[in-house]
Write a protein that binds this ligand. Structure first.
Ligand code: HEM
Length: 401
């Protein structure tokens, strides 16, 4: 879809809903009976991995046709189920002993469904967060006690907590996306007051995201995150444990090496960066952020392209000479920088500190942990990357000089 900056932005055309933002609206919880085996294995991944049975159970699976899947939500549920089975299958025996071949019964339908959705055949944020939730009581608000996951990986309640807190952070971004559309559309009509109001909505939403993010401390235990969950998030791009990537059996066109799961695959912060004109100064950081877009659903990717091709907000703020508008813009930039500072502190608690403890107890995984200390599951050398991107955010502030 080509961006047309003379026409107003309509978020629904990018599969962004008023109520749920980038989250999939009302994900289905079950597939047609024909696919019961996928759902059965996917729902039981933690137990089957724990007992080292998943690979054997996959080997017994029949090769199912994807052609009975109807509509977007069935495809998303099928993809999410196959994604959880795949991660469990590859990492069942630990970070040091991954499966090198994904068998045909899994690889073929997974690649087919992924192609239909325009996503790579690996578990991404759009699966395990955006499409992996349901409301226990649809009449009650979306709070952590009232939502649940469809699928999990190792890590018990911490895994559930990690996915659900991310769901709630995404939901908090929802009003910010409405604000973003207001800002973009009001720039077209040069309505300074409406741009300012839109920016206030965006910064309130980013602050709310940061507030909700704090729930992570209550619901995710650092050692569980570091020792149990992260292995299952790892991908097969530049991963020394899989030097030849993963072979998708029976698939004529082999996918390239694929990055592991990262919340960097969320479109929300990238959307706000593009709106505010945050420039990634470091080449590695820039290419990481850009590469993450291939792991986002195509309509969300298109929204990012549209925001990036819009007339720049920073120029508009400078052109307006309005102190109030400049203040609202700067307040938004600061809210985003604060969220990133908070996120950095979270990575210290969940990666740096447990990594130090693993070293002290002579972790048997040896080298595979050496990489896990410095690299995020998405594959970035995360500390300089996250610090750099936080500093880039601050640099977007409009000062008097
Ligand atoms: C235990 C909690 C978390 C940890 C340890 C963590 C860790 C990381 C790491 C290591 C990266 C670097 C990229 C990579 O290689 O994966 C990253 C990036 C990122 N994470 Fe998290 N993360 C956590 C939770 C979250 C949550 C809940 C969100 C929001 C939904 C989030 C949003 C992001 C974003 C947007 C990036 C890309 C960098 C940026 O735009 O600032 N993270 N995270």
């Amino acid at each position: 879809m080509e961006a047309d900056p003379s026409a107003p932005v309509d978020l629904s055309s990018f599969c962004v809903s008023e109520k749920y933002g980038f989250l999939l609206t009302d994900p289905l919880t079950d597939l047609p009976e024909y696919y019961w085996i996928w759902m059965d294995l996917a729902r039981n991944v933690p137990h089957l991995v724990q007992t080292h049975q998943l690979q054997a159970r996959v080997a017994e699976m029949p090769l199912l046709s994807s052609s009975y899947l109807k509509g977007h939500r069935e495809l998303r549920l099928a993809r999410t189920a196959l994604g959880f089975i795949t991660m469990g299958y590859v990492w069942q025996d630990g970070a040091h002993q991954p499966a090198k071949v994904l068998p045909k019964v899994l690889a073929v339908p997974y690649c087919t469904v992924s192609k239909m959705l325009g996503l790579p055949p690996i578990l991404v944020y759009a699966d395990c967060v955006l499409a992996n939730w349901w409301l226990r009581d649809p009449g009650r608000p979306m709070e952590i006690e009232n939502i649940d996951t469809l699928f999990m990986i190792q890590g018990g309640d911490s895994c559930k907590g990690f996915f659900l807190v991310s769901v709630l952070v995404e939901q908090s971004a929802c009003t910010g996306l409405q604000g973003l559309a207001t800002v973009m559309n009001s720039m077209l009509t040069r309505d300074i007051t409406a741009v300012q109001e839109g920016l206030t909505v965006v910064s309130d939403s980013i602050r709310r995201m940061a507030e909700v993010f704090k729930l992570i401390h209550k619901h995710v235990e650092p050692t569980m995150f570091y020792n149990s969950m992260r292995t299952f998030f790892m991908g097969w791009k530049d991963n020394p444990a899989l030097p030849n990537s993963l072979w998708y059996e029976g698939v004529p066109e082999q996918p390239p090496g694929l990055n592991g799961l990262s919340a960097g695959q969320s479109s929300a912060l990238q959307c706000f960066d593009l709106l505010l004109g945050v420039q990634y100064s470091d080449e590695t950081g820039r290419s990481f952020q850009e590469s993450m877009r291939a792991y986002m659903p195509p309509p969300h990717r298109q929204l990012l392209e549209t925001v990036s091709s819009w007339p720049p907000l920073r120029h508009f703020v400078l052109w307006s000479s309005s102190q109030e508008l400049r203040h609202s813009y700067n307040s938004c930039v600061l809210a985003l920088a604060d969220l990133r500072t908070y996120h950095l502190n979270v990575t210290a608690r969940y990666i740096t500190i447990p990594a130090g403890q693993a070293k002290l107890i002579h972790c048997p995984f040896g080298n595979s942990h050496a990489r896990q200390e410095t690299h995020g599951s998405g594959g970035s050398n995360f500390l300089p990357f996250l610090k750099g991107i936080r500093d880039d955010t601050k640099r977007a502030l409009i000062t008097d000089q």
